[in-house]
Design a protein around this ligand. Sequence first.
Ligand code: SAH
Ligand code: SF4
Length: 370
Amino acid sequence: MGARQNGTYPGAAALRWTAVPTRYDLDRDALVARLAGEPRYRVDQVWDGLHRQLAEPAELTTLPKALRARLDAELPPALTPVATSTDRRGDTVKWLFALDDGARLETVLMHYRDRSTVCVSSQAGCAMGCGFCATGQAGFQRHLSTGEIVEQVVRAARRARDDGRRLGNVVFMGMGEPLANYDRVWSAVERLHGDLGLSARHLTVSTVGLVPGIRRLAGEALPVNLAVSLHAANDDLRTALVPINARYPLSVLMAACADYLRAKGRRLSFEWALIDGTNDRASDARELAELSRTLPLPAHVNLIPLNPTPGYPTRGTPRDGVVRFRRWLDDLGVNATIRRNRGTDIDAACGQLAARVELGGRTRVTAPAR
Ligand code: SAH
Ligand code: SF4
């Protein structure tokens, strides 16, 4: 950092790492203040250019050249692409970005038949220590600022547009625990909704189960989706897989989920990464069904075979075991969908590309487009 460090940015004390705001850190009022001396309609042009046109300042040719140069100098981008990988069919794009202070994060864009979704990071690393997760294995570096989160979405939306698609969905399922970085994540949610025009119903926050965060989310006006990474429905196994369960055990977590459902009336989903011989047995399905029955509305379960990571020896459940587990849930009256294991061929599992690059492993890396 160093060169870009000064203390003029509101909230700078809390964001020691990016003391100068990056392009998407400023809200509209802060941009007005930053561009003091410029007429208001110019500020509006800049704002619309950045948020509606998803443009780089240099592309805003309706602005005077001097202002474009000023924007470039005073509002630097937050993210520098280090590596971009695309799967064979071009429907999954993964970026590894470097931040101002050298921290790294990942963003994944996925084109589905009927929609395009970006998976964004909320922290560089994660402090939650889930053993099966590459991000958890690497540990915590720092929180991301609001601008660092919003810019991931902007870059993915630009890429989607270049691919002839429209980005419609954002999931906070990249690196980090979003509810451990609540204020900045929530500001990003509000910006994505209010400024980028994404529907709140197309924004999904995924949590390992931080109960105070779930309770705060229940009180917010915007009805975003909540996904809880459950992975186990008894406390012993869940604490082994997800250590934070020792602090917020299933009874406490389920009470928060029930209150969330009552407050929001929205569908809740449970994420379940199927781990061979660990949480894919008939007893696991039964426990999950019993737990679901304690909720006022049925939850939807997303089954994902565990992606391999360098630091976790057990493999993901093979395909036939995944199908069997889903059938058990079906018989028990639990709705479940098998999620495609997106992009294992480009290391698109949570945290894997960063891990591979740092380990000097073999990753198909192409020159970043931007
Ligand atoms: N920290 C949040 C969001 C980021 S992780 C959370 O835990 O929910 C996003 C999802 O990826 C979570 O459901 C997490 O459990 C899952 N995940 C992590 N490592 C994985 C792996 N190796 N294979 C499959 N899913 C994984
Ligand atoms: Fe963190 Fe989520 Fe990975 Fe657990 S699964 S270590 S909470 S990113």
